[in-house]
Design a protein around this ligand. Sequence first.
Ligand SMILES: [Cu+2]
Length: 125
Amino acid sequence: MDTSQIFVTLTGIGLAAFVVWYFFFGKRETQSATLTNSGIQEVAVTVKGGYSPDVIEVVKDKPVRLKFYRDETSSCSEELVFGEFSLRRELPAYETTVIDILPTKAGTFEFTCGMNMLRGRLVVR
Ligand SMILES: [Cu+2]
């Protein structure tokens, strides 16, 4: 193999590794809530073609404040549904909607858009 063949091979391996990494690890963005002085676990979520972060980690029995900023007008994300907490909320475009919940049991709870297309998870420990 000469230098250019080695280069092409290594680039190929690198790209394949990146695709694998992206598929398994890159898709989900996990964030732990920040505990404020008032004892509230806060997380800011950006809504734009999805939820970012889309996996939110909190602890049980402490109030959680989710601040959803909807950075688009796409009708897909105009509603937020959080089945576990019997919530269905309008998210006005380019505004922050504050959602307060109290997780009283551990588990993984999904939140979605009104059409069940965009998905995120609240992981309660
Ligand atoms: Cu949708």
